[in-house]
Ligand binder design. Structure first.
Ligand SMILES: Cc1cc2nc3c(=O)[nH]c(=O)nc-3n(C[C@H](O)[C@H](O)[C@H](O)COP(=O)(O)OP(=O)(O)OC[C@H]3O[C@@H](n4cnc5c(N)ncnc54)[C@H](O)[C@@H]3O)c2cc1C
Length: 437
């Protein structure tokens, strides 16, 4: 079969490679001048930064993990995760419930006491199933951990009140702690949470985009960059796709582009489907890059729940993943700020965003001397995180059913409109290709 693949992010290039390996003909159409999507990286003044926020490679899915490692070959650094949460001026071990001993004593008591009370209530059957994400946080971790960390952090990243969010997606994403580990961590015995990410890898050269290029290698000649898809129409038994200045016929279409970008390419979309699609919620991302002289703290990344410290929810240190992403004697910092596309912050001048971040980094003790800064830049990603609001299931079901009815297959993060990491996107592509034989 001849397939048209819309979008050249990780999902698009993976699906193209896997179909090609199975003997299908493929054409990939990518709007931007280069492939990668959220996994793009840029190198300037010797610093390489991931433009869609800091990315690292990990997975519970051994087949997918082996695929990522295989394609990268020798271009891979392996690191132990050293992640912290910046809480009341302290660097608390991540996940929070594994770092309780790092808290001030009163906060530790609040967290452990409420955790135990919640367990007792659950044991007596006094808790009804959580109706939303806020209730889930209270019922899983207790009031202490929920109010000290989880609620402020989640409000900051999702830009949506947690009582307006569903909780169907959290299992496996927000680590559910074994009781013994919480007690151990409270009394100061080291424990690890979220262990499938405790060791991660990262390309030695080229940032995370190197992974996309490694996947794309066998199908490079079939990828058309600078080719925004503007129309997908049925023609006979197949499709006619208009992308950039050209047209192509295909037997099948796989879309990996965001649903809100796909629907305008289709004819006669019912008003109800359009409305459901417009109602799908997501956040955008500002990635703020800072290159400095000298060293950064020895952490992988730090979560920043408090709004007082800064607008950013996470600060990472890419030069701790690979020595080749910063010039010798230099280090790098990447701050991530989420916002809605409509928020004036998304289009605020770079200078304002950068000085806000530098102020926050100074407050965290990471960068007290602004004279050390040798490089700064900002990147904007309009589609960064899917937000699962309470009406999500009805809306997504309606849009998916419509696309499937048109014979268009959906693969990838904003095409499925699901919170999929790189491994989830590759799994999606593998399952899709497998079914095509
Ligand atoms: C801040 C942040 C940190 C993350 N960290 C990690 C991590 O550490 N580990 C991990 O595994 N995952 C991480 N992820 C998730 C990861 O980025 C995604 O799972 C993955 O990049 C999604 O790939 P995709 O191809 O589905 O989508 P995208 O990367 O969004 O690709 C879609 C592509 O479609 C193109 N496109 C859009 N419209 C059109 C059009 N009309 N015509 C043609 N092309 C079009 C876009 O330009 C883009 O290239 C992170 C995500 C974010 C936001």
């Amino acid at each position: 079969m001849k397939w048209a693949v819309l979008g050249g992010g990780l999902a698009g290039v993976t699906v193209a490679r896997l179909l090609h390996e199975r003997g299908h003909e493929v054409r990939v159409f990518e709007r931007e001048g280069r492939i990668g999507g959220l996994c793009r990286s840029r190198t300037e003044e010797g610093f390489t930064f991931d433009t869609g926020g800091s990315h690292v490679i990990f997975s519970r899915d051994q087949e997918v993990l082996a695929f990522m490692h295989r394609v990268l070959g020798g271009n891979r650094e392996i690191r132990e995760r050293k992640t912290k949460i910046f809480y009341k001026g302290r660097y608390v071990k991540y996940p929070f419930e594994n770092g309780l001993a790092d808290l001030p004593k009163e906060d530790l008591f609040f967290c452990i006491n409420e955790f135990v009370r919640t367990l007792i209530a659950a044991g007596k059957g006094e808790l009804s199933p959580p109706a939303n994400f806020r209730e889930w946080m209270y019922q899983t971790f207790g009031k202490g951990i929920a109010e000290s960390y989880l609620i402020p952090y989640n409000e900051k990243i999702w830009k949506t009140p947690p009582e307006r969010m569903s909780c169907h997606w959290v299992e496996g994403r927000i680590p559910r702690p074994p009781v013994e580990d919480v007690i151990r961590s409270a009394i100061g015995i080291e424990t690890e949470g979220y262990t499938h990410q405790a060791v991660f890898s990262y390309p030695r050269d080229g940032g995370i985009e190197a992974l996309v290029h490694a996947v794309a290698e066998p199908v490079r000649e079939f990828i058309h960059t600078g080719s925004p898809v503007t129309s997908v129409a049925r023609k006979g038994d197949g499709f006619l796709i208009r992308a950039g200045k050209g047209e192509v016929q295909a037997d099948g279409v796989v879309s990996t582009i965001p649903l809100p970008s796909l629907l305008p390419c289709l004819k006669d979309v019912p008003a109800g489907v359009m409305e459901a699609c417009r109602g799908l919620c997501s956040t955008s991302l500002l990635s703020v890059f800072v290159g400095i002289e000298g060293e950064v703290p020895p952490y992988s990344w730090v979560y920043v729940p408090s709004p007082e410290i800064g607008l950013f929810n996470r600060v990472s240190f890419p030069s701790n993943y690979s020595p080749s992403v910063a010039p010798e004697g230099h280090s790098s910092i990447l701050a991530e700020i989420t916002c809605t596309r409509e928020d004036p912050l998304f289009s605020a001048p770079d200078g304002e965003i950068i000085s806000h971040v530098l102020g926050g980094l100074s407050g965290m003790g990471i960068l007290r001397d602004p004279g050390r800064v040798v490089h700064t830049a900002v990147e904007r990603s309009p589609y960064a995180y899917v937000v699962y609001d309470l009406d999500y299931p009805g809306k997504i079901e309606r849009v998916r059913r419509f696309c499937e009815g048109r014979g268009i297959h959906l693969v990838g993060r904003f095409s499925r409109f699901e919170y999929l990491n790189m491994d989830g996107v590759i799994r999606n592509a593998m399952d899709f290709a497998e079914k095509r034989g």
